[in-house]
Every structure is written in C-alpha cells, then in structure tokens.
Design a protein. Structure first.
Length: 131
C-alpha cells in the first residue's frame, strides 16, 4: 500500500490488500465503514471524497469449483466525489471530476466530469465544479 498525500481514514474502514495487490491512495478521505478489497490494483487519486459504506473491489472475490477469481484494476481519478453506499466493481475507471450518486453500482467506466446514478450507474449529466 502506498499513500502519496494526506488521506484520512474514518472509523471502521477496512483495507484488505492481497499478496500481489497494489493499493495506491493520493489525498482525500474514506468515511465510516468503507471497504476496499485489493487483490490486483486499485488507484485512488488526489482530493477524493468517499462516503460511508462504499465498497471497492478489483476481484470477483469468490471461487467457483476451484476456478481462480477474475481480477481487473480499478482507477479513481482526481477530484472525485463518491456518495454513500456505492459499489465499485473490478475493471472500472472513474474519470477526474466525476460524481457518483449515493447507492449507485458502478459496473463500467465513468467519463471525467460526469454525474452517474443508479444500478447499474448511468450518466445523468456533465458536472463542473471548482475547488
């Protein structure tokens, strides 16, 4: 695990990094009860806000009849806001400046500066915000 900035972890955060996993955190915060399971690679950029009870996984995390779980990297860009209770699955890239609405399930890439919502998450509109 590598932390390159000031990253605040709140109560109940669980970071699980497997033997070959690479978890890289920039700057931002993980709110209460966020769970990150990293067996491949998860990269979280700078100024990222991840709300409570969000789950981020880069693997299927289960084995069927002895088969190896499938893994794919997850990338979260800079200046991203992720709402409460979001699920982000393997192989997803969330572009810089994106916003993921509460309760969304992200199963495909999110373009930069886009608000997504729903299960599965779909683009709602472009967003512009400055820090």
């Amino acid at each position: 695990m590598t932390v390159t900035g000031n990253f605040v972890l709140h109560r109940g955060v669980r970071l699980r990094v497997g033997p070959t996993g690479r978890l890289m955190l920039g700057s931002g915060y993980l709110a209460d009860d966020v769970r990150i399971d990293c067996h491949c690679a998860i990269t979280i950029g700078d100024r990222v806000a991840i709300a409570a009870r969000t789950v981020i996984m880069d693997t299927d995390h289960h084995h069927l009849s002895g088969a190896r779980a499938r893994e794919a990297p997850v990338v979260i860009g800079d200046d991203v806001w992720i709402g409460i209770g979001v699920i982000i699955v393997k192989g997803v890239t969330i572009g810089s400046g994106a916003v993921v609405a509460a309760g969304s399930v992200v199963v495909k890439d999110v373009p930069p500066r886009t608000l997504v919502a729903g299960n599965p998450a779909r683009a709602i509109r472009e967003v512009e915000w400055t820090l």
